[in-house]
Design a protein around this ligand. Structure first.
Ligand code: HEM
Length: 500
């Protein structure tokens, strides 16, 4: 008995020593980025349990430099906090940082990485990104996008004009965006109170609200198998319901698609599958199963809806808060567009509004620290080693508030982007990356920018937006996981400028 216990003790001590030596040797091989000390296996609890992860990490980067290493549970995470290191990692280092880690919530949402956002850097991911990119570009042909936006906005604008009491603009803006993305994905224009879209919006809102600081299962993944939290179960149920709706829409498309007709994004994906079938391209066909295609639709729908609607919510918020800037936008619309409906042909001349949208994308922190990246090989950034398999976040908030690039960073100032003649300065502004950069750059940027511009121009042409008398704007943003921020709900009043 004594012998067995001694042996067990010896083995345990030996294994523990072995683990410690392994980690010490592993660490010595690399020059890892700096970061504060933490309790082993618990990690930097005060950072990952906070909704303000982006602000906390920015504070730490003032001490440790632009590349900061932290532990969430026992997992090492690296945060990139200035534009030089972000561009070095995401662009200069080509695909080194283009992987995605398997995180429990991502795996759940993407049915095991079968989508674009959560799938790691593989030939299958590249293939689906290419097909989805082609399907999105379909909308940029002719006046498809413009007509779709005008159609889906009109009824909402008419209804807004009928509001007699102060009302929540978010109710309208969020629905406009939902209806637009629904039309892009499924072709149909639905009534403004359509129960299916209402259900999708509610499910999406519930998930955002619930996700809050994130789920424990992302830090301690084994929990979901042995004792899932109530939050995890709720999120899984809601996500399953969203996927059921998307599956039904997909099936309807499979049953009704006609040769030579491309009604929408879903049809574009089915046409890609049909082409692979015609060419007997077995390798492509393998990747084009129903699950992968439905997951791509879900990405466009969810990635597109949240970011776009929060950007619109922020835009209206800033316009309400700065009436003088709102008036300047309206002067520009009156001068460039007149009484006609704002359209794509005006795009190159709406410099001031575009500058306001740039500033909204900088200050409205809709991407937070973005979805996590992962190194697919040993690499380096900012002079530090980043071993293969390290999770890496871009702290967009830090980039967009970096005092090296932004004078008075908290101030909403569209003039930052304009030259002396009030024309947009050429090129992308420095340290401005709301759509990220490199291999994983946002797939929807080419559609999001004109969509947002047209919505903003339509809205401000039609209405003067203000707070009810005596009401001050609520400055406290609401926050959800990964540092995403959106404005608190508030009520506005509108005065019609143009009657149609
Ligand atoms: C204001 C609007 C938007 C903003 C600010 C935005 C921002 C972003 C950001 C920051 C990322 C993460 C990039 C990274 O991992 O480094 C991303 C990814 C993505 N976005 Fe957007 N986005 C917007 C609208 C859209 C729209 C409208 C769509 C679809 C039509 C879309 C589709 C996607 C997809 C599919 C990805 C994943 C790309 C990948 O992992 O390869 N986004 N977006």
């Amino acid at each position: 008995m004594i012998n067995i216990s001694l042996n067990t003790q010896t083995v345990l001590v030996g294994v523990s020593m072995g683990i410690v030596v392994y980690y010490v040797i592993k660490r010595m091989r690399y020059r890892l980025p700096p970061g504060p000390w933490c309790i082993p296996f618990v990690g930097h609890y005060t950072v990952y349990s906070s909704l303000e992860v982006h602000r906390k990490v920015t504070e730490l980067s003032k001490i440790y430099g632009p590349v900061v290493r932290l532990c969430f549970g026992s997992t090492t995470m690296v945060f990139l906090n200035d534009v030089e290191v972000v561009l070095e990692a995401m662009v200069k280092k080509k695909a080194d940082f283009a992987g995605r880690p398997k995180i429990a919530s991502g795996e759940m949402v993407s049915e095991g990485g079968k989508d674009i956002i959560f799938s790691t850097y593989t030939p299958t991911w590249k293939f689906h990104r290419r097909i989805a990119g082609k399907a999105i570009r379909h909308y940029l042909q002719g006046d498809l996008l413009e007509n779709m936006i005008q159609n889906s906005m009109e009824e909402f604008l008419v209804k807004m004009a009928q509001e007699k009491e102060p009302f929540s603009v978010k109710n309208y803006v969020d629905r406009m965006v939902f209806h637009q993305l629904y039309t892009i994905c499924f072709g149909e224009k639905r009534p403004i109170d359509d129960p299916e879209i209402e259900e999708l919006l509610k499910l999406d809102d519930d998930i955002i609200e619930d996700f809050g600081v994130g789920v424990l299962e992302d830090i301690f993944p084994y929990l979901k198998d042995i004792y899932p939290t109530a939050k995890w179960k709720r999120m899984t149920d809601k996500m399953n319901r969203i996927m059921d709706i998307l599956r039904t829409k997909f099936k309807q498309h499979v049953d009704t698609i006609e040769p030579g007709v491309n009604r929408d994004f879903t049809d574009s994906l089915l046409i890609a599958r049909q082409e692979a079938e015609n060419e007997r391209d077995e390798a492509a066909l393998e990747k084009l199963d129903d699950t992968h295609l439905i997951q791509t639709i879900s990405d466009i729908f969810l990635a597109g809806v949240e970011t776009t609607r929060f950007t619109m919510d922020w835009f209206v918020y800033f316009m309400t808060k700065h009436p003088e800037i709102q008036s300047k936008c309206q002067e520009e619309i009156d001068r460039v567009v007149g009484m006609e409906r704002p359209s794509m042909k005006n795009r190159d001349n709406l410099h001031f509004i575009e500058a306001c949208i740039f500033e909204t994308l900088r200050l409205g922190n809709v991407a937070g620290v973005g979805p996590p990246h992962m190194t697919i090989c040993d690499s380096q950034v900012g002079g530090y080693d980043i071993p293969k398999g390290t999770i890496v976040f871009i702290n967009f908030w830090a980039l967009h508030h970096d005092p090296k690039y932004w004078k008075d960073p908290e101030k909403f100032d569209p003039h930052r982007y304009l030259d002396d003649n009030d024309k947009l300065k050429p090129g992308k502004p420095d340290s401005w990356l709301p759509f990220s950069a490199g291999r994983r750059v946002c797939l929807g940027e080419i559609i999001a920018k004109p969509e947002i511009l047209l919505m903003c121009a339509n809205l401000l042409q039609r209405f003067e937006i203000s707070l009810p008398d005596g009401v001050k704007p609520n400055l406290e943003p609401k926050m959800t996981g990964f540092g995403v921020e959106y404005p608190s709900e508030y009520r506005i009043i509108v005065r019609q400028r143009v009657v149609r």
